[in-house]
Ligand binder design. Sequence first.
Ligand code: UDP
Length: 466
Amino acid sequence: EELSMELGNAHGIPHVLMVSFAGQGHLNPLLRLAKRIAAKGLLVTLCSTHDIRHRMVNSDSGAAASDLGAPKPVGRGFIRFEFFSDGLPVDDVRRKDLDVLMPAVRVTGQRAVADIIRRHAEAGRPVSCVINNPFVPWALDVAAEMGIPGGVLWVQSAAVFATYYYYHHGLGKFPTEENPDVAAVRLPGLPLLKQEELPTFLLPTSEYKPLREVILEQFRNINKAAWVFANTFHELEREAIEAISDRIPIIPVGPLVEPPEEKSSPAGIRGDLFKAEDCMEWLDAQEPHSVVYVSVGSILVLSKEEMEEMAWGLCDSHRPFLWVVRGDMRSLLPEGFLDAVIEWSPQEEVLAHPAVACFVTHCGWNSTLEALTAGVPMITYPQFGDQVPDSKFLVEVFGVGVRLAAPATREQMKRCVEAVSTKQRGEEIRKRAAEWKKAATAAVAEDGSSDRHIQAFVDEITNKRS
Ligand code: UDP
C-alpha cells in the first residue's frame, strides 16, 4: 500500500508507533493509551494485523477500510492505523490456534514493522518510539535493532506483572513440576498468594502451558524497554507497583478507559471487533440500580451446564438482566433464552448507566478497570490466567465484589446477586465501589497520577525531537 497520505496538520509533530496483538483485550487498552498520548499533541500510528482491520470494519464501529490510514484529530494530536499480514490466509480458522498464529505473525510482523519505520523515516516523519502490548514482544527487538527507543504497555495488573517477573527470574518459591505441593507464594508487595490464586498459566498442572511461554517471552527482552507502562494506577496497586519498581520501574498510566470526551469518537477510532447490539434504550427503561449485567469478555467460553445454571440463577433473582452471550455459546442456552441475551454490548456505556446494579464478570483486567471506574459492584467468576488473581484482589483487597465459585449453581448465582445488590446487604461493597470510582476517575483526569505519567512521557518524546 502506498503511504503517500496527506498528513496535513499532523506533519512535523513527534510520531509514536504502536504495535498491537490481535485481541480485543489487547487492542482496547493500547488504543486508549494512543488517544491519551495523541490528545497531548503527538501523532500515533497504531498498527496491527489485517484481521483486525477486517473485524473493525465489519463490527460496524463505523470504520471504512479506506479511511483508517488518514490521521484523525484527537485533542491536540492525531491517530491513524496501518495493518500488516499475520501470515495466514484471510479465512484461516487456525488463526484461533496461538501455536499457529504466534510464529506466523512474528515472521511477517517483524518485517512489516521494520518496513513501516523505514518508510516513515524516508517520508520525513520519523518514528520517535515504538510501543507494543503483550504477545508481540518482537516489536521491542525490532525497535532496538533500528536504534529507536521502545516501550511496552502491560495490559494486566501490576500484581500479575510482578508475579510473572518474579517467576521468570526465579524469585519466590513457586510450585513446579518437581515440587508441585507449594501451598502459597510470598512475593514482595503482594498479599500471600495461595497456589489456587496464582495466574493459572504458571501452575505445573496448567493446560495452558504454551500461553505461559507466550507471556514470559516479553519478560525475556523487557530490559530493552525504555518505558514499561502498566494499565493500573498508583492509588489502586501502590504496594505492588513500588515493590516491583525496585527491580524494574513500571509506569502506571491507567485505568485506560475511554476518555469521556471520546465516547462519541469519530468512525474508525473505536476499536470494537464485535458488533455491539443496542441496549441503551432498554436500559433507560429500567429502574435505577436494578439490572444485573453479565459478560465474560471476548475469549472465555462457558460450558453448557454453566450457561444453564446462570440462566436459571438470573431468573430466580427476579431482576432484569443484560447478558452478553457470544457466538457458539448461544447454542448452549436453555430454550427461550436466545431472545433475552445480546451478542456484544457497548460495555463501558452499559457499566456507566444508572440502571446497572452489578456486574457478573470473568475478571478480565479491562472489564475490571472499567467496572471500578464506573463504581459498579462485581460478582467475580474467574476461570483462568490473570482472572484468578484479579478476582482475589477485587474481593479481598479492593473490596468491591463477591466470588461466585465455578462451576456456579443457580442458588449460588442468586445468592451472589443478593449479596451485592439488595438494600440490606452489600452496603460496604457499594461504598468501596463508589470510592474506587472517585480514585480511578481522578487518576486519569488532568494532573492525576496517571495523567502526569503520560504527560512526562509526551514531554520526553517531544524534547528528544527538538
Ligand atoms: N467488551 C465489550 N462488550 C462486551 C464484552 C466486552 O465492549 O459485550 C469489551 C470490554 O469493555 C473490555 C474488552 O471487551 O474492554 C474485554 O477485555 P477483558 O480484558 O475484560 O477480557 P478478555 O476479553 O481479554 O478476556
